[in-house]
Ligand binder design. Structure first.
Ligand code: C5P
Length: 233
């Protein structure tokens, strides 16, 4: 794939709207999507998501829904009407819960006349250890329920890709360029390793946010790490 930028999701793990928008604007040339997680969403709410969308950015709403099917369906419809491009639910919430999310998302997207957002299943958090079998079982359950893809570490990405085929999206957090610290992530991989293992997108937070370099420089170096030949100017 030649456009590496289209495969980098930058996590806006920041406390305020101002800081989040600042990071987004500085790094927008390098990212395909910005990820809004529970901290930022709890602090700043849907208005921040609308602002990101208005700026023309892709948004991955990472709230990891996990509840009874009806509640998750209503949350999925709300995420859809907010206009996000991707959101996630926990695969461990079960098939009925995931199916309810898919149905509600399609219905709401139809109602307002937009393409439905991609729904990803969280398999096992990348801060925890897991087995490939566990991740594969959850990924199969998610595909069976009609989800578009999964979030998994780069370590399991190859097995998921081989088992579930080319059209199932794989989004991998827990990415650490060789120059960055591992922090609490356990199953880490470099950007290049993640793509070699079949990932479609990588999610990167602290290595960009906390970089001692400018965030845009860190993001640029990450693109270079994805493909040292194609990206270098
Ligand atoms: O800072 P770091 O690059 O570790 O950030 C990874 C981001 O991806 C965080 O926002 C974290 O919540 C998120 N994430 C994760 N593991 C998952 C799903 C999401 O680390 N399975």
């Amino acid at each position: 794939m030649s456009d590496k930028r289209s495969r980098l999701i930058i996590a806006l793990d920041l406390p305020t709207r101002e800081e989040a928008l600042d990071l987004a604007h500085r790094t927008a040339d390098y990212a395909s999507h910005f990820k809004v997680g529970s901290r930022l969403f709890t602090a700043e709410g849907p208005e921040l998501v609308r602002e990101l969308k208005k700026s023309g950015y892709g948004v991955f709403l990472d709230l990891k829904f996990h509840d009874i099917p009806n509640t998750v369906a209503e949350a999925a419809a709300a995420a859809t009407s907010l206009g996000v491009d991707m959101f996630d639910v926990h695969a461990s919430g079960g098939t009925a819960m995931m199916r309810a999310a898919v149905t509600a998302t399609r219905k709401e997207a139809d109602r307002i006349g937009i393409d439905p957002p991609k729904i990803l299943a969280i398999t096992v958090l990348t801060s925890m250890s897991s087995t490939v079998d566990e991740v594969l079982a959850l990924a199969e359950r998610a595909k069976g329920a009609g989800l578009d893809g999964i979030v998994s570490s780069a370590w399991e990405a190859r097995a998921v890709r081989d088992r579930l085929g080319p059209d199932f999206l794989i989004v991998t957090p827990g990415i650490r360029p060789s120059w960055a610290a591992k922090q609490d992530q356990r199953r880490v991989a470099t950007p290049l390793q993640a793509f070699e293992n079949g990932a479609d997108y990588i999610v990167i937070g602290r290595p960009i946010r906390d970089s001692s370099k400018r965030p845009s420089e860190a993001a640029r170096m990450i693109l270079e790490d994805m493909n040292p030949v194609e990206v270098r100017e």
